[in-house]
Design a protein around this ligand. Structure first.
Ligand SMILES: Cc1cc2nc3c(=O)[nH]c(=O)nc-3n(C[C@H](O)[C@H](O)[C@H](O)COP(=O)(O)O)c2cc1C
Length: 209
């Protein structure tokens, strides 16, 4: 199937088949895709928590207004933004670029200063919002990669952020939850699996100038 066919095949899965689990190999493919997601300045100022523990899934379902995706899914991805983006975080990132690309760190100082200037001009809340936006990009990559691999997923922001942070101990890790995606395989009786795609017509969506 070509990518467009797969994007037509996918849908926001409401109920997963609890008998079907995503294999480690399939899971790793999705982790690879998320790792390759683009992010602003390449900072990847987020972590992704992968939940497979049934008890945690139950707790998370309660904190997601009872949505059954959370307990029927094989795994739940929780995209969590860094809350303490600072010059040390940036320093570690710049160190990594120098190491991976084998270049002199001093050639990156303008880039590093630009990022630090950007960060210091933002409030703490603005920075978290910025990092949450990056989470959504990674979410988009996951949703497409899952479709490509024939794995179902549901992007979700219908959950209580404070409760998720509490259940997963995210505050202690300097993180806050942004968006989630349960993954697995659609249940045969998921009422949405046969629903036609509802999208704006192209003339309403695109503006060609
Ligand atoms: C950021 C985001 C948050 C969403 N939150 C939820 C949610 O909490 N629960 C849910 O069932 N679907 C959720 N959805 C799924 C959308 O309703 C769905 O993607 C949209 O209606 C288009 O349908 P399709 O994905 O099946 O093509 C969310 C989607 C996105 C992108």
């Amino acid at each position: 199937m070509a990518l467009l066919d797969k994007l037509n095949w996918r849908y926001a899965t409401k109920k997963f088949d609890t008998a079907k689990k995503v294999s480690n190999e399939q899971l790793n493919t999705l982790l690879d895709a998320i790792q390759l997601s683009p992010s602003s300045a390449g900072l990847q100022a987020y972590r992704v928590i992968v939940v497979s523990d049934p008890k945690l899934k139950e707790q998370l379902r309660e904190a997601a207004y009872g949505q059954q995706q959370l307990t029927t899914a094989s795994h739940i991805f929780v995209f969590a933004a860094e809350t303490g983006l600072d010059s040390l975080y940036v320093k570690n990132y710049i160190d990594r670029i120098a190491e991976v690309r084998g270049i002199d760190r001093s050639t990156l100082s303008i880039f590093e200063n630009n990022i630090n200037n950007n960060i210091s001009s933002q409030t703490e809340d603005d920075k978290i919002t910025w990092n949450k936006k990056q989470c959504y990009i990674a979410l988009g990559v996951l949703v497409s990669a899952a479709a490509e691999a024939g794995i179902d997923a549901c992007a979700m922001e219908g959950f209580d952020t404070a409760k998720f942070d509490e259940i997963l101990g995210l505050k202690e890790l300097g993180l806050t939850s942004a968006v989630i995606a349960p993954i697995g395989f659609r249940a045969e009786d998921d009422h949405m699996s046969k629903a036609a795609k509802v999208r704006k017509p192209k003339e309403e969506l695109f503006i060609h100038l």
